[in-house]
Structure formats: C-alpha cells, structure tokens
Write a protein that binds this ligand. Structure first.
Ligand code: 5RP
Length: 211
C-alpha cells in the first residue's frame, strides 16, 4: 500500500463519523484533501463546513459544499484533520502546512477531533518532525532567541506567510519530555501566535491507513 493509498483509506474511514445535518470542521493538507473529495459524495448529509485554511475553503467550495465563517458557528460536532506526527497518547505535532492556528481553534471547539493519517506519522521520536510556530513578523528574532533557550534550533520558513499574515519558525532538534508544559511555555513567549503542539487538546480518534 502506498502512502497516498494509506492517506485516502484514513480519509474514507472518517466518513463514518459524519453526523446528519451538522456543520463540520475541516482541516488542511494532502490527507484532508482526500477527505474533502470523499465528503463531496455525501455533501447532502451535512449543512456545511468551517475550514482551517484558504486552500481547504477553496477545495470545499469547488465541490459545492457551503463554507461558513466560524464566528457565526458554535460548538462543532466533529473536526477532521491530518497530522505531521502522532504519539501514543494521541498528542500531535501539526502545522507542516502552516495552518496550525486556525486548526487549533477548530480542534478546541469540537466535541470530537478525528485525526486521519498515513502510518508514517506514528514513527520516529515525538519531536523529530520540526515543531511549527506561528509568530508575528516583528517578533521573529526575539522569539527565535527565546526558542534557543529551550534547546531547539529555530529555522525561519522562507517565502511563507500564513493565512493570518504571520511567519513560521520551525523548531528543529527539540526534545519533548512534557508536551503539555512545552505547549504552554512556547505560547507564553511574546510574539508567538500559536505552536503546533496539540497536547492539551489532543485527538479523540486516530484513523491510520494501513494494509
Ligand atoms: C497543516 C497540517 C497538516 O494536517 C499536516 O501537515 C499533515 O499534512 P499531510 O496530510 O499533507 O501529511 O497540520 O498545517
């Protein structure tokens, strides 16, 4: 089974969790793209979606799925998204596609957070995928200096601006001993908008594509 087939299988499996008539949360990335394409087949079952990125919004709309402003929506019954790394207690590293802040907002406001991924996302030491951190542009250097004191090596993601107009620092070589504490510590650095550790709000269900 190829990685693409694993992603697609995980995405298809998420359809079983879609409630009738609700507005569902949709994440971002290549695995989610398979999910959006699958969702199109049952679009009449849902009222519509809220989306974590301009890219997913565009894809949802191209299938004729209504996309709502999240400000007008309350609690989501489910949120479906991918991940860059997954540990044994369903905590995630996300943000490889740079959409981490909107993703975290939707995950926090969902009754059920369903993570869809290929098997490779469960491999390697948690933290071996560089941790994405969204930062306001004027604080890039000061935040980077603070991140160095945490033992990591921040790398500026070149030629990339988030949907919120900010930059991303990818934190390499990080040892993550206490994910929840580290998530809070990084969020407390002035200038940080959000970091890609989904530890306080971890996933409820992991759907992994495998043979
Ligand atoms: C985007 C994300 C994605 O969920 C993550 O990068 C996984 O992407 P893919 O499904 O393409 O492997 O967090 O910000």
């Amino acid at each position: 089974m190829t990685i693409e087939a694993e992603k697609q299988a995980a995405a298809e499996a998420a359809l079983a969790y879609i409630p009738e008539n609700g507005v569902i949360g949709v994440g971002t990335g290549s695995t989610v793209n398979y999910f959006i394409d699958a969702l199109a087949r049952i679009k009449h079952q849902i009222e519509g979606a809220v989306s974590s990125s301009e890219a997913s919004t565009k894809r949802l709309k191209s299938h004729g799925i209504p996309v709502y402003d999240f400000n007008g929506i309350g609690q989501l019954p489910i949120y479906v998204d991918g991940a860059d790394q997954i540990n044994s207690i369903k905590q995630l590293i996300k943000g490889g596609g740079g959409a981490l802040t909107r993703e975290k907002v939707l995950a926090y406001n969902a009754e059920k957070f369903i993570c869809i991924a290929d098997k490779s996302k469960t491999q390697g030491l948690f933290g071996s995928f560089p941790l994405p951190i969204e930062v306001i542009p004027m604080a890039r250097s000061s935040v980077a200096r603070q991140l160095v004191t945490l033992g990591g090596n921040p790398v500026y993601r070149e030629s990339f601006t988030t949907d919120n107009g900010n930059i991303i620092l990818d934190l390499h070589n990080l040892t993550i001993e206490h994910p929840i504490k580290l998530e809070q510590t990084i969020n407390n650095i002035p200038g940080v908008v959000c970091n890609g550790l989904f530890a306080q709000r971890n996933a409820d269900v992991i759907l992994l594509g495998n043979p």
